[in-house]
Design a protein around this ligand. Structure first.
Ligand SMILES: [Fe+2]
Ligand SMILES: [Fe+2]
Length: 286
């Protein structure tokens, strides 16, 4: 079985409507105008769909941040892209990232649920489990809107639910899908206080204490990494590169996961004037 993890698509629209700029979106728009629009190459969506027509993945997991400032027009682009992707791969699971709940207003209006809810395995943003052949998929909600920061959050109640699921699932391999990584700092990235997941330490402890073999998939940090938890050897974390990125020679890409008997093999893909599959990645110690 071939599972793809794509993340941080960051479809963007620049808005001049002052009504939409009376909140954190003002900062997000400034960032878009001056920086982000140059390195998020959303026009690559077509070539990605073409690649999928050849690759025919069994499942696509989307790790959040499909939009940039959670505008309706950005959600329309994200939803249109996923509709095209679904014609190639019907089995798509999507969780939100912090940019999809960029403002309190976007959350209040339920924009994520309205446009992408049909791909989200949980209708109320709770922890949920789905069997995918012989692999268990556990989705963790880790986002909420913030006034200024990009902090994530996982509650004790959600950790407890996830712990119960890990105890009960029969599948040998477990994939945990979340937006925020659970390791704060590794050689590939550093998440400062305003960008990290609150509750990551007890989350790692819970995953490690489960004794199950867990592949933790995250996005948010905009770089590919593959590390074993330094304390809990049964937990391996992969962070996936943003799908349409090109910044300072930092390529965009996605991650292919091939289930092979009792193993999950990891193959990063990158984009450099075309999509390229890299050789198999093995986890480094964090
Ligand atoms: Fe992101
Ligand atoms: Fe993010």
């Amino acid at each position: 079985m071939r599972i793809l993890h794509i993340s941080d698509l960051h479809f963007w629209t620049i808005t001049c409507n002052p009504f939409y700029l009376l909140n954190k979106r003002l900062l997000g728009n400034l960032n878009l105008v001056t920086r982000r629009r140059w390195y998020i190459r959303q026009e690559r969506a077509d070539s990605f769909i073409e690649l999928m027509e050849g690759l025919r993945p069994d499942v696509v997991l989307v790790g959040g941040d499909l939009t940039t400032t959670a505008l309706e027009s950005e959600y329309e682009k994200a939803s249109g892209f996923l509709s095209r992707l679904q014609s190639v791969c019907p089995d798509i699971y999507v969780i939100p990232g912090n940019h999809d709940y960029y403002t309190f207003e976007s959350q209040r209006k339920g924009r994520f649920e309205q446009y992408l809810g049909r791909y989200n395995p949980s209708s109320d943003q709770a922890v949920c489990y789905r069997p995918i052949n012989d692999t268990a998929l556990v989705c963790l909600p880790t986002v909420r809107p913030n006034l200024f920061s990009s902090r994530g959050f996982i509650s004790k109640a959600h950790r407890d639910t996830a712990q119960k699921i890990l105890r009960e699932v029969r599948e040998r391999q477990i994939i945990v899908l979340a937006h925020y990584p659970c390791l704060y700092t590794i050689p590939e990235y550093h998440t400062g206080l305003t960008r990290r997941l609150e509750g990551a330490l007890p989350l790692r402890k819970m995953l490690g204490g489960s004794g199950r073999s867990v592949l933790y998939l995250a996005g948010h940090v905009h770089v590919f990494s593959h590390r074993r938890d330094p304390v809990y050897a049964n937990v391996t974390q992969v962070t996936t590169a943003p799908l349409f990125y090109e910044k300072n020679k930092q390529p965009g890409g996605f991650t292919e996961i091939v289930t092979d008997k009792d193993e999950l093999k990891i193959f990063p893909w990158t984009y450099d004037e075309g999509w390229t599959r890299c050789r198999e990645s093995l986890p480094a110690p964090a």
